[in-house]
Write a protein that binds this ligand. Structure first.
Ligand code: ACO
Length: 328
């Protein structure tokens, strides 16, 4: 008998993360451009970032993270039947990076595609995977956030080059019958976009416009002005949908764009700052990879545990933004 879709719940099974070996400190950037460690730390909190080596790509970083997530979940690649990869820096215009990761992992049959919502990509990808799991399109999903933003940076532009890094994170999601999941699983999502702001944060190239990859352009102050309000609204809506209070949340795993944005959201919603996972100092802004990277780090260091209520949130180019709530 087919299980009615309303009784399925998407539950967390495992996570993994991978950073390139090459670390670039602020001091190294001082030698490359007109900037200082003090400016970068004061305005952003960033101390260092990892940068992909010449043979590394978004797919190879994503494959590493996915393999670790599968090991964490105690599963084999062949158990996966859905791969959703959030990225704005795909290896190729097509096919999707998710299919390249599928091939590198040796997953025989699965549906696989990319989600492009810039820094909000992982929250969008989790929402899409949750929906497909709930309707029975798949049983086990790999949700990946992987980026090589170093490849789309203008290294002569100090206003953007100091902010970003490369990396990947992944989560394995399975399904359970809601009645036996003991409240575990993805509980609610709030996704948003406002395309009127596309020119505030974009890459000035693309297959259909100019035919070259292009470089990242950002009006940082204007983005900053929208960030705290947008993120706070999405968090409030997500909590209301799940019927929980912001105070009930054990951990906030935000997109790591700037420490001042994280502090601004915490102040606006009166969050306990000790509940906010912050990795921007070590990772910089890794776009769609930042949420799963931060989540995996806090799980592996023992802070986030099974049974905890975890809120993921992000905002990025588009603008896109959103929040997802997971009972681990
Ligand atoms: N080193 C030294 N000085 C710098 C640097 C640098 N790397 N970059 C800029 N400056 C200078 C500017 O030229 C300016 O100088 P001026 O006063 O002589 O004109 C001064 O520092 C101040 O510049 P601001 O842009 O006003 O600095 P601000 O405090 O706004 O910080 C920042 C800039 C860090 C980019 C901030 O605006 C920010 O974090 N914005 C949000 C970024 C974000 O959240 N992005 C969304 C996600 S990313 C995505 O989706 C891909």
């Amino acid at each position: 008998m087919v299980t009615p879709i309303t009784t399925r719940q998407s539950i967390f099974l495992g996570s993994g993360a991978y950073l390139p070996e090459r670390i670039v400190t602020n001091l190294e950037l001082e030698a490359m451009m007109d900037t200082t460690d003090a400016w970068i730390q004061e305005r952003t909190g960033i101390q260092q970032r990892a940068i992909a080596g010449p043979l590394e790509t978004t797919a190879t970083l994503g494959t590493h993270a996915a393999r670790l997530a599968l090991t964490d979940a105690g599963l084999e690649p062949s158990d996966v039947d859905l791969i959703v990869c959030a990225t704005s820096t795909p290896d190729r215009t097509f096919p999707a990076t998710a299919t390249l990761i599928q091939a590198q992992l040796g997953i025989p049959v699965a549906s696989a595609f990319d989600v492009q919502a810039v820094c909000s990509g992982f929250v969008y990808a989790m929402t899409v995977a949750d929906a497909l799991l709930k309707v029975g399109q798949a049983k086990t999903a790999l949700v990946i956030g992987a980026e090589t933003f170093s490849r789309i940076l203008d290294w002569s532009d100090r206003t953007t080059a100091v902010l970003f890094g490369d990396g990947a994170g992944a989560m394995v999601m399975g399904t359970s019958v809601a009645a036996t999941s003991q409240g575990r699983g993805l509980l609610a999502h709030a996704l948003r976009a406002d395309g009127r702001h596309a020119d505030l944060l974009y890459v000035n190239g693309g297959a259909s416009q100019g035919g070259r990859i292009g470089k990242l352009k950002m009006q940082g102050q204007a983005v900053f002005r929208h960030a705290v309000g947008n993120i706070s609204e999405a968090i409030s809506v997500c909590c209301a949908q799940a019927g929980v209070e912001v105070d009930d949340i054990d951990w906030f795993v935000p997109h790591q764009a700037n420490r001042r944005i994280l502090e601004g959201v915490a102040r606006r919603l009166n969050l306990d700052e000790h509940k906010v996972i912050t990795t921007v100092m070590q990772h910089g802004n890794t776009s769609a990879a930042s949420v799963p990277l931060a989540f995996d780090l806090a799980r592996k260091d023992g802070r986030i545990k099974i049974g905890d209520l975890v809120l993921f949130e992000a905002m990025g180019g588009g603008f896109t933004w959103g929040a997802s709530l997971l009972r681990l």
